[in-house]
Design a protein around this ligand. Structure first.
Ligand SMILES: Nc1ncnc2c1ncn2[C@@H]1O[C@H](COP(=O)(O)OP(=O)(O)OP(=O)(O)O)[C@@H](O)[C@H]1O
Ligand SMILES: [Mg+2]
Length: 258
């Protein structure tokens, strides 16, 4: 099982949208996918509610030795409902910010290790927009991190903090690979977006992912309906679908699970 955290210390930049589409794309590729929603907003849990398991996210920060992992993972050969398994956000996640990071991180890493024994190819973790114990524990336990960014000044401000947090976390998790930053909600007609994209590509040539996701209402429609944008039957959704598929292809090639 390869584990990717979707993280950015700025709200509303497209983390959850990216995660939901990556998960549904992987499912169509025939992968067995676990999604863990560590954000108390529960947005990924809403869009992926059809796949909800009996395990909730805060349980992954506790003693998991008696968790019925096989039951949560479902039987081999079952339909889509068991091939994508959602570990949903719950109110208990807020308490994780009160425990020590060492404890939260150790338990969460162990939970990921046990989950990996259940035949999953991929685990995707959605995170809140602030660096608390949940995001830190996810970065500690993961193999990869992916950061959606918006081409606006406040988001660009967040990038430095995020890059510093990733660099810092590599001390505890040296294997953590930064897949890069994906410009999201990009308005092709906005000169400011174009200018910011050019600046970012100059400043972070190795870290900018060569795929962008446009600002497209069909993506918001898809998230509201719990379906991927490629299932939205509108002409305008086609471009969005193409962009999202290209990002998934890039990410899964980098993760060597394409
Ligand atoms: N490419 C897009 N085009 C248009 N709207 C989008 C796009 N991506 C996401 N949105 C919308 O923008 C809002 C924020 O997106 P999303 O929830 O994915 O961001 P987030 O980074 O997860 O936010 P948070 O930090 O609050 O968890 C949502 O209402 C979503 O429907
Ligand atoms: Mg989100």
């Amino acid at each position: 099982m390869k584990t990717t955290v979707v993280a950015q210390q700025k709200g509303g930049v497209g983390k959850t949208s990216t995660l939901v589409h990556l998960a549904l794309d992987a499912l169509e590729r025939g992968k067995k996918v676990a999604v863990i929603d560590l954000d108390t907003q529960g947005n990924a849990s809403y869009s992926l509610q059809a796949y909800q398991s009996s395990l909730t996210a805060s349980a992954m920060f506790k003693d998991v030795s008696s968790t019925p992992w096989a039951e949560i993972a479902g039987e081999e050969g079952q339909e889509d409902a068991a091939r994508l398994v959602l570990i949903a956000s719950d109110a208990g996640l807020a308490d994780m910010e009160k425990t020590s990071l060492a404890e939260a991180g150790t338990h969460f890493k162990e939970a990921i290790r046990l989950l990996a024994l259940q035949g999953f190819d991929l685990c995707l973790i959605d995170t809140p927009p602030s660096l608390g114990n949940c995001l830190a524990a996810a970065l500690y336990a993961a193999d990869y991190v992916l950061s959606p960014i918006e081409l606006e000044v406040y988001s660009i401000q967040g990038i430095k903090k995020m890059n510093a947090a990733i660099a810092n976390m590599r001390k505890a998790n040296p294997g953590l690979i930064f897949l890069g930053m994906v410009p999201s909600k990009v308005d092709g007609r906005n000169p400011r977006h174009k200018e910011h994209l050019d600046k970012l590509q100059a400043a972070y040539p190795q870290l900018m992912i060569p795929a962008t996701i446009g600002l497209r209402s069909s993506i918001a429609d898809a998230l509201a309906n719990g379906v991927p944008v490629w299932q939205i039957k509108k002409t305008a959704a086609r471009k969005a679908a193409k962009e999202v598929r290209a990002l998934a292809q890039y990410v899964y090639e980098k993760m060597e699970i394409a």
